[in-house]
Design a protein around this ligand. Structure first.
Ligand SMILES: Cc1cc2nc3c(=O)[nH]c(=O)nc-3n(C[C@H](O)[C@H](O)[C@H](O)COP(=O)(O)OP(=O)(O)OC[C@H]3O[C@@H](n4cnc5c(N)ncnc54)[C@H](O)[C@@H]3O)c2cc1C
Length: 547
């Protein structure tokens, strides 16, 4: 940005809570209204049944740094074919893998180049530190051993295109035992810049237009309405003003389209229904809601005890040395990428991902080491869960306004399992999980068995691992990922330079613009979108001055 331009960042939430930087606390902020928008999907009668009638839980960060403050921190870029398909299927000129790679590199400061990963696959000078967590539990290594025994590759870098398939300990957004959110990596170092203002607890409710030109932003803070207009303070620089790049929406895939709709940009019928004056009839705003979708399987490890992992020993190790279990997400840092019957091996685009959960980072009540989770069953076996995720599901959902009240959450209709292939993908994922469960490592060393508290209902549908059983588990213990995207997609709502069609002065830079999520964890790709978006903003500004 030119020196003379000023930036006002409006964030609906507050600052990052300090403990959110502790990787071991990664689950503590989900469903916590202090930092989570507390979104739920509209209930479908055949998914997320374990969550009752409330729909599926979709945690979203309402905090500076957004969802990067409460996510699992796994670093993955997706695969070449993902970005090439954005171009092929959505006319997203300029977004092929060869064209976006450099922007991935710009964001990343990989600390394990030469020791774990190759330089050609990573950046080393970006603001975001990437490396393994400092601690890996033995169970994590045993998952890799089991994968090997089951005949799956075990790889050191899942971001290496030559080792796209396989299981690994993922690198993560962290440094020295501490989470790096996007706010910590990008905003804090810029916080002393005179031309940056950050206003917290400021919820944007709509954009103001003069014709098709954006001229201001309305936001609510402490119950009071404020208007930022394109006056001298905001657009002191005449070039900046004339450039028409006044507003950048980065409110995420669930809120950016809400702001567009409230501003009169969206499907005409929706706007008419809510008496919102139409600025631009853009039918695809809020449509094309994509997300990864999975199933959880629950197990007991007879040869281990179900104890709380965060105890005085863990706390001391962390506070004194930045070491130990609190520096990581436990076995959640292990992941795998494999193929379903639909996956494209020729294009090296695995379409299934696997996650592992447990022992959950639970705080010991007394501080005692190895405190049982249940006082009544001190010898209960360890609980863990494995999930299989479809990375290229074919069902497509949408979101729309609940009402014209900007403080009301939108309505989310993910349409999970609308397309029958999605269930088949999860059935294929279940067979891969079964292969891992039935290894010597898990059967003999850990004494694994399915947890009857979760399986009994579905065993009535069919024998364990049968198609009927897996389908029942998938509907009962649905594992919707939090990789929502596509609601203001490239080629549908924004042009390849991220400008919203049919209006002037509004760009979108967040997950909404990705036509579908990359086959992996999306935060790296979203940062790439922002890096490339800013580069385009600068290019456009420079060419404006030249002309
Ligand atoms: C539990 C969980 C685990 C995850 N694990 C991983 C992982 O391991 N690796 C990975 O790569 N990805 C992971 N993800 C996904 C990843 O975190 C998100 O896809 C990504 O952070 C989304 O980025 P975004 O910029 O599009 O939106 P967000 O990060 O959601 O940012 C949007 C921001 O805009 C603010 N905002 C919204 N509306 C308004 C408004 N009206 N006014 C003002 N401000 C507003 C929000 O408060 C928020 O700060 C996970 C997500 C979750 C929930």
């Amino acid at each position: 940005m030119p020196d003379s331009s000023t930036v006002l960042l409006l964030e609906a939430g507050g600052d990052e809570p300090i403990p959110s930087a502790v990787p071991g606390f990664y689950r503590s902020y989900w469903n916590n209204p202090e930092v989570d928008w507390m979104y739920r999907t509209q209930p479908q009668d055949d998914v997320c049944l374990d969550q009752g009638a409330e729909g599926c839980m979709w945690p979203r960060g309402k905090v500076l740094g957004g969802t990067s403050v409460l996510n699992g921190m796994m670093y993955h870029r997706g695969h070449k074919a993902d970005y090439d398909d954005w171009v092929r299927l959505y006319n997203a000129t300029g977004w092929s893998w060869d064209e976006v790679r450099e922007y991935f590199d710009r964001t990343e400061s990989n600390k394990q180049v030469g020791t774990l990963v190759k330089k050609e696959n990573h950046g080393t000078y970006g603001p975001m530190p990437i490396q393994h967590f400092k601690y890996q539990p033995q169970l994590g290594y045993d998952i890799l051993e089991a994968a090997r025994e089951a005949g799956f590759p075990v790889v050191s870098d899942m971001n290496d295109p030559n080792t796209a398939e396989g299981f690994t300990v993922a690198q993560a957004f962290n440094n020295n035992g501490s989470r790096y959110s996007t706010s910590r990596a990008y905003l804090r170092p810029a916080s002393r810049r005179a031309n940056l203002d950050v206003t917290l607890h400021a919820q944007v409710t709509k954009l103001l237009f003069n014709g098709d030109q954006v001229v201001g932003v309305v936001f609510v803070r402490n119950g009071q309405k404020h208007i930022v207009q394109a006056t001298k303070e905001v657009c002191e620089c005449i070039f900046y003003y004339n450039l028409n790049d006044k507003v950048i929406l980065s409110a995420g895939a669930l809120n950016t389209p809400q702001i567009l709709l409230l501003s009169g940009i969206g499907p005409k019928e929706t706007l008419l229904k809510h008496n919102i004056p139409i600025v631009a009839d853009l039918p695809q705003v809020g449509r094309n809601l994509r997300n990864h979708l999975g199933v959880n399987f629950y197990f007991l490890l007879e040869n281990d005890r179900n104890t709380r992992t965060l105890d005085w020993s863990a706390a001391t190790d962390y506070l004194l040395n930045r070491e130990g279990v609190m520096t990581s997400t436990g076995i959640t840092q292990v992941t795998g990428l494999l193929y379903s019957r639909f996956g494209d091996r020729l294009r090296q685009q695995p379409d299934l991902q696997f996650f592992f959960n447990g022992p959950y980072p639970e705080c010991s009540r007394t501080g005692t080491v190895a405190e049982p989770i249940s006082a009544y069953q001190p010898d209960a076996p360890r609980s863990i869960s494995f999930s299989g995720i479809a990375l290229l599901p074919r069902s497509v959902g949408y979101l729309t306004l609940r009402s014209s009240d900007p403080l009301e959450p939108p309505l989310f209709y993910p349409n999970y399992f609308d397309h029958p292939d999605d269930m088949q993908m999860l059935k294929d994922s279940a067979q891969h999980i079964r292969n891992i469960v039935e290894t010597n490592v898990f059967r003999n060393k850990w004494g694994i068995r399915s947890d009857p508290a979760y399986t009994s209902r579905c065993l009535r549908a069919g024998p364990e691992w049968s198609d009927e059983y897996v389908a029942c588990m998938a509907r009962q213990y649905t594992d919707p990922q939090n990789h929502q995207c596509g609601t203001a997609a490239l080629g549908l709502v924004v042009d390849p330079r991220l400008r919203v069609y049919n209006v002037k002065g509004v760009r979108v830079m967040d997950a909404s613009v990705m036509p579908f999520a990359p086959t992996g964890n999306p935060q790296a790709a979203i940062m790439m979108v922002a890096e490339k978006g800013v580069a385009m903003l600068k290019e456009d500004w420079a060419s404006f001055i030249r002309n």
